[in-house]
Each structure stands twice: as C-alpha cells, then as structure tokens.
Design a protein around this ligand. Structure first.
Ligand SMILES: NC(=O)c1ccc[n+]([C@@H]2O[C@H](COP(=O)([O-])OP(=O)(O)OC[C@H]3O[C@@H](n4cnc5c(N)ncnc54)[C@H](O)[C@@H]3O)[C@@H](O)[C@H]2O)c1
Length: 401
C-alpha cells in the first residue's frame, strides 16, 4: 500500500490525544482523517493541540457515511469499549481498543464474536508488551536461562494512579474495577511472559486506605470543605496533590468542555465518591502450579513496576523505570546485570512500537499479537479478582470463563 493510512480516533481525551494523536500525527504514512467524540469542544481542542485539521463527528454512524477508513482507535472510557467496538466492527473497520478489551467477560466475548463474524481485526493496546525491559525478560525466560519458572511477582507503584480518584476511573460502573482497568496490563504480561498457561484460581484484597476524606493531608479551616475540584479548592495552595489544569489542558478540560458533558477531570481525589481501590494485592495460580502475585499502589510519587521471576536455574529481577534486569544463578556464580538504553515515547518507548504494530496490521504487513482473546483472558482475571475482593473468597476462573 503506497498511500497514507486513513485512521480515526474515537474518544479524544488524554490517551486519544496525548498518545495516539501525538504518535499518529508525527508519522508521514498516516492521516488522522477524523476524530469522533460526543464532546465537540474536547474533540476540537484535541485537533488544536495536535495541529491537525481532521473531520469531526459526534457519532460513528455519522462518521461512516462520509469517511473511508483503514482502522479506528478506541480510547473512550472502559465502559464504552463494548459499544464503540461493536459499532466500529459492524461498520467494517479494523480496531485497536486501548486496554482493557471490556469491563466484563460477557461484553468481551461479544466483541470477539462480532470480529469473527465481520472478519475484522481487533488489537488490544497492551503497550507493556512493547517495553524493552519486558521484551528482554521474555527472551530470557524463553531461552531457558531461568529454567522452569514456578513463582513470579510484580510490584507496581503508580504516581498517576492518584488521578484515577479524580475521574471516571474511580468508579466500578465505568471500569469493572481497577483489577480490570489497571491490572489487565499486568495480568496480560504474566500470561504472555509465562507462555499463556491456563489460569485456575485467584484471590485479592484491595481497599481505599488513604485517598478518602480521612486521608486529607491538611487540616480544614473553619470547616471549609476541600474540593470539589482542584481549580476551585480553598486549599489549592497547600495541597500536595493538587492538579491545576494548564492553559493547554483547558482546551479540552476547561469550563467550555465541562458545559457539554459535566466531565471535570480534576475533582478532589479525597472527597470524591469512589468504589475502586487505591491499593491492593492479588495472588493467582496457573494450572501448571506457577504462582504469581501482583501488588499495586496508587499512593505516593514513585512509579515503577518491579518484577521477580523465579525459575529452578536462576532468578530474574527487573525494574522498568531503571530499565534494569539482574539474573542471579541458583547455585551462585556470576550475577548478570543488563541495562537497556532509554527510548523516547510514552511508557518507556512502548507506545510508539504499539502504534507502529497497528499500522503494520492495517497495511497487511503484520498480524495482531495482542489479540482480543488475550484481552478477554486479562479481563477475566480482573473480573475474578474483583469478585474475590468484593465477595471475600477465592474465585475459580471456571466460574466466569
Ligand atoms: N494503554 C495504556 O497504557 C493506557 C493508559 C491510560 C488509559 N488507557 C485507556 O485509554 C482509554 C481512555 O482513557 P483516558 O484516560 O484517555 O480517558 P479520558 O477521560 O481522558 O478520555 C476519554 C474520552 O472519551 C470520550 N468519550 C466518552 N464517551 C464516549 C463514547 N461513547 N464514544 C466516544 N468517546 C467517548 C470522552 O469525551 C473523552 O474525550 C481507557 O480505556 C483507558 O483504560 C490506556
């Protein structure tokens, strides 16, 4: 194909603009032909930030009447993925759905069925698979250097996770829970690193321990409440968690955009209603008796994913932020340390490769490696982990898959 790919972005918020919009508008083999978002102010703000002049649509049906597209990228909130993907597939487009596939297994299965019926591709935005450290870790596991892997962990600290409590991400109804919204990345990485063994049972504990009213990091003056959002908060000068919108952010998230849909991006993370967690722990067992644990904390300024993979020949430990892997042989001997060079682009260089892969799929030069089936497995693990925490019990994957 020697013409430019024609792509549309559906959902022109943070990820649609800051990741996919930026990356696609920087390529000379792709044209962002259209943007689609129910909020016209945010959509036009996105185009202004990106410096592009696409066509604008508030519905996909309307877009399909005027546009011939090679593919669409879905970056709407998680709870909208099902409807957006079903419509996009029905309209005949190949689709990249940013993670997660869907907010529950039933919706995920429907997307898979629809894609099969219409013969279109679904790729999931599992960008971590494209992270240099995790790609090397997978090579190390596959090469047999660690021997037979029986135990693994990932401890994730995420500074940006605090902002979940300011937005739709804080609500189960919009996400299916953070074990889906956030951890679908991490479940997918475990599945992928370990060669997709069958998951058997899962248990999790998770709660809001800090980002609630009792956790406010300052004393209230004369009972003046904190919030409701950072820009209008009485305590904005002293709050260490304030998120004041910049002039650039105002294009998409300022009062004009709020007038359209009421979506305020920087609600007080302490005072909002929420039913998702700010920290949690999850354990999972696969059928080959491999056990993994996942720790996630959205409190504090540290951001890293710290992996330990234990095999019967060696232990590998990795830090994504330090781009380091250390391998310690079982019976002593030389400890190997690998430092991977810094790469430009979001998520440690993973986002540009994700976008490049999608473009290759649209050109027929590659097939999807992070498939809808992989997305379904990660969603199922997240749904089971949410069931476990809410019902205080271990959940067998057979119950939902
Ligand atoms: N892969 C990653 O690393 C990663 C990182 C962050 C977010 N995400 C995912 O990206 C998606 C978007 O997250 P975000 O932080 O950009 O959200 P956001 O709130 O910043 O943007 C969402 C946009 O979707 C629009 N929207 C709402 N309903 C819609 C609908 N029915 N159809 C089309 N658009 C609609 C909103 O108006 C908004 O512009 C989520 O699914 C999230 O889980 C992935």
């Amino acid at each position: 194909m020697d013409r430019k790919l024609r792509v549309a972005i559906i959902g022109t918020g943070s990820r649609g603009t800051g990741c996919f919009g930026q990356l696609l508008s920087g390529r000379n083999d792709v044209e962002i032909a259209a943007l689609c978002d129910p909020n016209p102010v945010r959509m036009r703000g996105a185009a202004k930030i990106l410096g592009i002049t696409p066509n604008f649509y508030t519905s996909m049906e309307e877009m399909s009447k005027k546009e011939t597209l090679d593919g669409v990228i879905i970056t709407s909130p998680d709870a909208c993925h099902h409807d957006c993907a079903m419509t996009a597939l029905e309209l005949g487009w190949n689709v990249l759905i940013d993670k997660p596939l869907a907010t529950n297994v039933k919706d995920g299965k429907e997307i898979i069925e629809k894609a099969k019926k219409v013969g279109k591709t679904v790729m999931i935005g599992f960008n971590l698979r494209h992270h240099a450290v995790l790609k090397r870790l997978k090579e190390i596991i596959d090469s047999g250097t660690l021997g037979k892997v029986f135990l693994a962990e990932n401890r994730e600290f995420y500074d940006g996770g605090r902002t979940y409590m300011a937005r739709w991400n804080r609500l189960f109804s919009m996400t299916g829970g953070l074990w889906i919204h956030k951890a679908s990345h991490d479940f997918d990485i475990f599945n992928w690193l370990l060669g997709f063994p069958k998951p058997v049972r899962i248990a999790s504990f998770a709660a809001v321990n800090v980002l609630n009213e009792a956790g406010l990091p300052f004393e209230l003056e004369n009972n003046i409440p904190a919030g409701p959002d950072c820009n209008s908060c009485h305590y904005k000068d002293i709050c260490k968690d304030k998120w004041l919108l910049s002039d650039k952010e105002m294009e998409q998230w300022g009062p004009e955009a709020v007038k359209e849909d009421g979506y305020i991006k920087n609600r007080c993370i302490y005072m909002t209603d929420k039913d998702n967690h700010d920290n949690g722990l999850c354990i999972l067992e696969y059928e080959n008796n491999v056990k993994v644990s996942l720790f996630e904390s959205f409190i504090g300024s540290k951001s890293d994913r710290l992996y330990t993979i234990n095999g019967d020949k060696a232990i590998a430990e990795a830090s994504l932020s330090e781009r380091r892997i250390t391998i310690t042989p079982r019976w002593g001997g030389e400890i190997t340390t690998i430092i991977l060079p810094l790469e430009g682009g979001g998520h440690g260089g993973a986002d540009p490769e994700l976008v490049d892969t999608f473009c290759k799929i649209l050109r027929g030069e590659a097939s999807s490696t992070s498939t809808a089936e992989h997305g379904l497995l990660a969603t199922a693990l997240g749904q089971a982990a949410e069931m476990s925490r809410r019902q205080s019990r271990m959940v067998n994957l057979d119950e939902i898959l």
